[in-house]
Design a protein around this ligand. Structure first.
Ligand SMILES: [Zn+2]
Length: 209
């Protein structure tokens, strides 16, 4: 399995697509950066008859963490890989409470979510040798979020000269394999951190702080 850096630099370029590095330093616009999670998999999951309401509420209730790409959990938050990643290692840090209003999160949730975000940055950096991160919330319709009634923070690793992984790679099978490999790498990196425990290989790493 190539490293994320190799996957990006060796990926075939899809027809007509021009990587950022050819476009110069001012080409990374916010729309491109924060729009990709008008995500196919969420559309798919919303069509899934076994999910009645909110995917971010329902998926962590289930035992199938690996299948649902949930890689880490704390008392009040969890980390899930994005199935439509901007880059390899693109994850979301999500409070368990169902609200789209970041300001409505109580202190305990804000602290727990922020701690898990810190741990996520460390795990992704350790696992994928990144050059940087974009971290952020998409709040409100105009911001391009797909799910606007349940707060989620995107953590997107960046490498010098990278480009949008999805249009570059394009092939669903390659992307699924890459996500599964990334899951394992992140699972190992989270499991090596303080306060972490792993009940079973197909379960998320649990943090107790
Ligand atoms: Zn929800």
């Amino acid at each position: 399995m190539p490293s994320a850096r190799e996957a990006l630099s060796n990926a075939p370029v899809a027809g007509g697509y021009r990587p950022f590095r050819e476009l110069g330093p001012f080409s990374v616009d916010m729309d491109r950066l924060f729009a990709p999670w008008r995500i196919e998999w969420i559309k798919r999951d919303l069509k899934n008859p076994t999910i009645d309401e909110c995917v971010f509420c329902e998926l962590p209730e289930r035992a199938a963490d690996r299948e649902n790409r949930i890689v880490a959990r704390s008392d009040r938050s969890f980390v899930m890989l994005n199935n439509y990643p901007y880059n390899p290692g693109h994850v979301m840090v999500i409070p368990r409470v169902h609200t789209g209003d970041y300001g409505a999160l109580d202190d305990e949730v804000v602290l727990d979510h922020a701690r898990l975000k810190q741990r996520t940055l460390a795990a992704v950096e350790e696992a994928l040798d990144v050059d940087g991160f974009n971290v952020g919330l998409n709040l409100g319709d105009a911001a391009g979020g797909s799910i606007d009634d349940h707060v989620h923070t995107h953590v997107v690793p960046r490498w010098a000269g990278d480009t949008n992984f999805m249009p570059v790679v394009g092939d669903t099978k390659v992307i699924v394999e890459a996500i599964e490999a990334t899951y394992d790498q992140l699972h190992d990196a989270f499991a090596a951190q303080e306060d972490a425990s792993v009940e079973a290989e197909d379960r998320a790493v649990e943090f107790d702080w």
